[in-house]
Every structure is written in C-alpha cells, then in structure tokens.
Design a protein. Sequence first.
Length: 260
Amino acid sequence: MKIEQFKETIKKLISDDDKPVVVFAAMWSFMKAWDIPAQDIPHRMLNVLMETVGEKRSLVMPTETSGYKNGTFNLDEEPSQTGILSELFRKRPLTRRSLSAFFSHVISGPDTEELVSLQPEFAWGEGSVYEWMELKNVHFLMLGTHPTHCSYLHRMEWLNREHINYRYNKKFEGTLLREGKSFPIQETLYVRSLNPPVVNDFTVIYDDLKQGGMTVKMLDGVHVAHMRAIDMKEAYLPLLKKDPFLTVKNRADFERKSYV
C-alpha cells in the first residue's frame, strides 16, 4: 500500500465537511503494508491524518486509562493506553485532553474547547463525549483494526440499559489535574460484570453495520473503515433492543439471570 493511496482513500471516506473525525487505529497492520521503517509509521500516519482532516474540522482520538491513583489523576502526564498513535497525538502541540480518568479523548481543531469542557455525570450518558460524538454526527475511522472496534458502540448499551443485566453503574470520585488546574470529578462508569466476566464480541454486527452505511476498504490486507455516528446508532441500537445479549459471546451466563 502506498501512503498516497491511503491518504486518498481517507480523503474520500471523510468527504469535505466540517464534522469532527474520530480515529481508532492499530499500527501493527501497517508495519507490513508500508515500506518504511516501523518506527516512522505512527509519525507518518499522524501527519497524513492531520493533513487530510485539515484545519477547519477537529481530529479526535481516545486516550483511555485505568483511573485514579491515590485519588488523583494527571491528564498532562498519564500516557494513553489505546495505542502508540493516540499517545503520539496526545503529545502533539495544541492538542487538549477531555476530563476523565478512564475515557479521556484528545482533540485538536475548532471543537476543542467544547469537548474539553464536558464534565458528564455518566461516562456514556448525557453530556458525555460519546453523546457529543452523536450530536455532532462525527466521522469514525477504524484503521488497521477490525471495523467493529469502535468504543462508541458501548453507548448503545447505556441507551438500552433497562434491558442490560451484564453491566452496572459504578461511581468514582477524585481530582483531575490538567493544564495547571484541579478538577474535583465524580464519574459513573457503566462497567462489565466480573462474576461471571462479560466477553463482548462486536464482530457479529459487522454485516449489519455495512448494511447501515459502513464503508470498508482493504488496502494490501489492511482494514480501512468509515461510518458516521448516527448511522452506527441507527444500525446497532434497534438490534440491541431486540436482543440485549447480541454482542455477548458468553450470553448463556446472563440469559439465566434476572434483569437488574
């Protein structure tokens, strides 16, 4: 795969509007496809994305982490746990990070202030980054990973929570440190059951997402996928309402339990 071919593909997928672009990426797939030194690939990838997204819209990446340490969490120092590309983007000048010790996102572009000001009570609920993505009808790009590996899909579980018995609300309190300021935060996560543990498998809705508007390109064996947030919601949420265990691989463990 030529880098220019990748760039042109991305450009066509995200069209020419002002909607934010949210990227989920796995670099290992590109290490075989791009004929450049492996250590250069994340830098080239980030440059391509920033050039293609442009200055009139925002680029966003998840920088998820494992939470508070002794009651505090430093957003300026804690590295992303969602891959080398998101960590590289986090360190880029003029990027900023949203307020969460678990589901933070890094952003650059005109929507930055709007995103970093969010302080939702529920991580996937009203006022959350995921609702923001929905309201903005963002472009999702899944690069080098399976096309269904998009964390926004978890918001559908929250929206269908009255029929979900394999997740429950868990409250966390602490202080976030960001850009020289302290933020006392209370976050409620919608966490998976641990006894028994939940095994999610979103690949089962791949065909449904494609029918709902997802575009998938294969470039030298590497998945490059695109879908808009509203299309993803409209494709998946009705399926989950019909079958709450659709993406639970060990569904038999929970079908026997009463709803909570």
